[in-house]
Design a protein around this ligand. Structure first.
Ligand SMILES: *Cc1c(COP(=O)(O)O)cnc(C)c1O
Length: 243
């Protein structure tokens, strides 16, 4: 078995085990394979083993891979920070954007979503541990931004996303995820129709699932460690080489 297939099987089994351990339906947790800095050929391999959702952080890099993988029915998620000058391409090339943290970006994505495409699925990024190094808004600001996004026809608010500060143990990891889950419940209580908790990575997946994650973003555990590479080396045919 190839590594990617083995890794995917392992992660899928871990998701099932975590869901069952916490009385959840395993099918309610979507696996997003984070393929940043990995070649199109790795994505193709994962797709052949049944993986359909892929997450990318860098626009140009993602677009290069999309061109090589045009023949595959992939659902593309943008999980990086979004600058104003990137919104047009993100609105036209992606199915999801996970890191919305201001209304200006949300408005641009909505206006620039091409007519004829379904609304772009978006999540609001919450900086749950108030870290200077991370993007996202405070929990107290979520309701207002969510309400504003509701009025935008080109995007659809699906829920909340977060990257908590790293913590060593399962028990220590849970509270931050519980806060995000509560915030989603509050939005629904206000009548905002959303269903997604984008939370949990390789190191804290079980705690996220225990607290209700519906989408885990996993890179390294599927594709292996990332090295810095030249953009030109991302082609399926080029050899992999350090920058
Ligand atoms: C890179 C990245 C991931 C995946 O991280 P791994 O540690 O490789 O599993 C998940 N979410 C976001 C937002 C990322 O940028």
């Amino acid at each position: 078995m190839q590594n990617i297939e083995k890794n995917l099987n392992h992660i899928r089994a871990q998701i099932v085990a975590a869901a069952e351990a916490h009385d959840r339906d395993p099918d309610s947790v979507l696996l997003l394979a984070v393929s940043k800095r990995k070649p199109a050929s790795d994505i193709r391999t994962a797709f052949e083993f049944g993986q359909q959702h892929f997450g990318e952080n860098y626009l140009q890099e993602a677009q290069q891979k999309m061109r090589e993988l045009e023949d595959l029915d992939i659902c593309w998620h943008f999980i990086g920070a979004i600058q104003s000058n990137k919104t047009r391409d993100i609105a036209s090339d992606f199915d999801w954007a996970h890191c919305i943290d201001r209304i200006k970006i949300a408005r641009r994505l909505s206006e620039q979503r091409p007519a004829g495409m379904p609304p772009l699925n978006v999540c609001i990024q919450v900086n749950i541990d108030h870290e200077d190094s991370k993007a996202g808004i405070d929990l107290a600001e979520v309701a207002e931004l969510a309400a504003a996004i509701q009025d935008l026809p080109g995007i659809r608010l699906r829920g909340l996303m977060t990257i908590p500060a790293p913590r060593a143990s399962f028990e220590e990891q849970r509270p931050a995820f519980a806060l995000l889950a509560q915030a989603l419940a509050d939005l629904r209580q206000q009548g905002i129709d959303c269903d997604t908790l984008s939370m949990g990575m390789t190191q804290d997946m079980e705690a996220a699932i225990a607290e209700g994650s519906t989408l885990v973003r996993i890179g390294t555990a599927i594709f292996g460690e990332r090295t810095l590479i030249r953009l030109s080396a991302l082609s399926a045919r080029a050899t992999w080489q350090p920058a």
